[in-house]
Structure formats: structure tokens, C-alpha cells
Design a protein around this ligand. Sequence first.
Ligand code: FAD
Length: 390
Amino acid sequence: MFEGISGQDAEGFLRYLSDLYHRFNIARDHFLQRPFRNRKDFYNPFIISQGLKLRTLNNAENLMKKYIKDKRMRQMISFQTLYIGISPNKGPSLYTIIPMIEFLYGIWFIKGGMRTMASAMERLFLELGGKIEYDTSVDRIVIEEGKATGVSAGQKTIGSDFVMCNADFPYAMKNLVKEPGHKGKYKDEKIDKMEYSCSCFVLYLGMDRKYPEIDTVHNFIFSEKLDANINQIFDGSVIEDPSLYMYMASKIDPTLAPEGKDGIYVLMPLSDIKTMKYQWTAETSKMYRDKIIGKIRELPGMEDIENEIVTETMVSPLDFEQQFNANNGATFGLKPTLTQSVHLRPQSKATHCDNLYFTGSSTHPGAGVPIVLLSSKIAVGELLKDENHR
Ligand SMILES: Cc1cc2nc3c(=O)[nH]c(=O)nc-3n(C[C@H](O)[C@H](O)[C@H](O)COP(=O)(O)OP(=O)(O)OC[C@H]3O[C@@H](n4cnc5c(N)ncnc54)[C@H](O)[C@@H]3O)c2cc1C
């Protein structure tokens, strides 16, 4: 495809892959898989020299200009920073490793969808002797004499040797850790001042038929004015002409829709609640829902989509905040800016309380399922290190 546009850009694309692969190896070996608990974990000559090699001060779009001249081609491999809720025009250029990973390692699908991963982890946990309390909302991490001793949920208190908190870090610090002295530097004012990733509006549609006219599982529908669209996502304005990710999993996994039908999931990135300059109401959901349907209707074979919808579920930034406790409805947690990354991102071990650990997208190394799983691995490593040390 790149060759079809320009031979020079095709060469630039290969140079981009090679350069970013080099930087990815440095990030993977020295930054992504380890904790930064103490200042000296980062501020030492070796790590600083590796950090400089990452050359991440530039933003994604500017970095891409060095490799590729055609703006559309550039946009095709810089918009992926949106996967972790950050603007391609502002975020650190290192995140252009995301499309590189897609190109080199491919895109993988778990049979049954993401739910299979959650249920597989549940099964493993139960096999190992774990016990899960379902539908239970924790309202406090119990801390006694500087040590976490369990959690409380309504009338119930569950005691434990350690607490590993997977709720969104900013929300947890604000709401579950009650004593300011146990929050360290993450007091409420600091949490409110931090920068948050974007949010999204999601439509889940059960359709009355299959769509052979669309032959791909993953579809990106770009705004005609992508720059303006990205500005609106991050400056809090109403999104005029959205960009969409349309996913049709039933095309590769028929178990995900009734026979002869398709299921469609559409994701539209928009501002987190703190950044949003407008109030989210039922009318806002309706407005965005109609914009989404309007854009999909332009695709081949989907002209009559409105009449072919059998079931419809909407998930808004308010739902992410209220149902999943994502602070500000920011679906990818704290924004991975330079000042909120690596040693400057919340770490797994609580700084002002023993036996308390955090994991999840707002902690180091960041958002997205594979990266969150790395954060859980780091957090477990930290916990075991402390236990063995005792
Ligand atoms: C629409 C959408 C699409 C995405 N697509 C992709 C993708 O294709 N690939 C990818 O890699 N990533 C994707 N992501 C990002 C990915 O889902 C997240 O980065 C990841 O799930 C974050 O994991 P987590 O464990 O930090 O948080 P979560 O998965 O949100 O888990 C936190 C859990 O804690 C629970 N919780 C919160 N508060 C409490 C409480 N007080 N008591 C009890 N439980 C509580 C919540 O209910 C939630 O279940 C997507 C995200 C969204 C929103």
C-alpha cells in the first residue's frame, strides 16, 4: 500500500519499523518490565543513558514526518496512540511503537473475545485455591498502624496479609485509602490536578443479518478532518465529525452472534469528564449515537443499518466512571505524558503504607491489556520481594 503512494515513503516506513524496533527493545528490556520504587532505580547513569536512547521528547506526528511525507500514510501509523488515550500530536513519540508492534507481531484474537481472558484468569485463580467475592464493591482499604490489613465492603470486613488493589489508582487513592497520611504524595488535590487519558463512547449492536459487504474484522473510519477531531477529543469540545473503530468479531468467531447475524462494536474516542466542556446527558448519548449510525450508514451494504438493529447498548464516559470507577471516566487511566510515565507514574508498592500494592492502567507501565498484565507481574514481584525479605 505504501509503495502504491510513494516509493520513498515505503522506504521511510521500513526505516520507521527498524528504528522503532530498536527503541522498543530498549523499552522492553529496561523500562516496561521492572518497578521504579526508589529514586535511584531511575536516577542512575545506566538507566538514564538507556532513557536518552529512547529519544522520546518529540511527539508521534513530528517523528513520523522524518520517515513519511504523505500525511494520510503518516496518520495511519500515528493515530494508534489513541489506543492508550493520548494524542498523536502531543504524546511522547515512543508510543509509535504501538503500530510497530501491530505490524511486526500481528493482531491476535482470543476465541470468545476478551471475556475468555477474564474467565480463564478466574478459572486459574480458583484452581490455585483462590476465592472470589462477586458483585461486591470495596469501600475502604483497612489500614492499621501503617499496614494494610484487609478491605471493607459494606458491613463486611475481609482480613488479609496483603492488599493488591486493581481499582483505578487515582480513584482508589481518593476513595479507598481514607487517611491522608497513607496517601503519600497522591493527596486528593494532586489526583485532581493530574492529566487523564481520553474516554470513549461505545455502541454494542446486535444486528439482524450478516454483512458480507464488509470483509474485515477491524475497521477504522477516520474523520474527514482528523486534526480537528483529535483537537476536539483532547480540548473537551463537542466532537463534530468523529473517528470510529468498528469491530465485527462475529466475522472470525461465529459463536459471538446468532447464526446468520453479526454483532458490531463501535468505539468513538472523546474527552474524559474533567476535560469535557459540556455536560453529559441522555441527549448527548443520543447525539453521538446518531452521528455514529450516520457514518456507518455510508459504508457499503450498511445503508439500512438503523432498521437492522435488534439490540443496542451504549456505554458513555459517565458509565465508565460510575460502573467501573474509572476516575473522570478516563478509560485508559492517567495520561502517559512524560511527567506521568516510568518512575513518575504511580508504582505498585504504596509509598506510605506497608502490605499495600497497586496494579492496573494508571500504574507503571500503563494502559492496554498486555501492559496492564505486565503491571500485575511487577506488582506480584514487589509483593513477593517484600515477603521474602521478611
Ligand atoms: C472500549 C474499550 C476498548 C479497549 N480496547 C482495548 C484493546 O483492544 N486492547 C487492549 O489491550 N486494551 C484495550 N482497552 C484498554 C484496556 O481494556 C484497559 O487498559 C484495561 O482493561 C485496564 O485494566 P485494569 O485492570 O487497570 O482496569 P479494569 O479492567 O477497569 O479493571 C478494574 C476492575 O476493578 C473493579 N473495581 C473498581 N472499583 C472497585 C471497588 N471499589 N470494589 C470492587 N471492584 C472495583 C472494576 O469494576 C473493574 O472490573 C480498551 C478499553 C476500553 C474502555
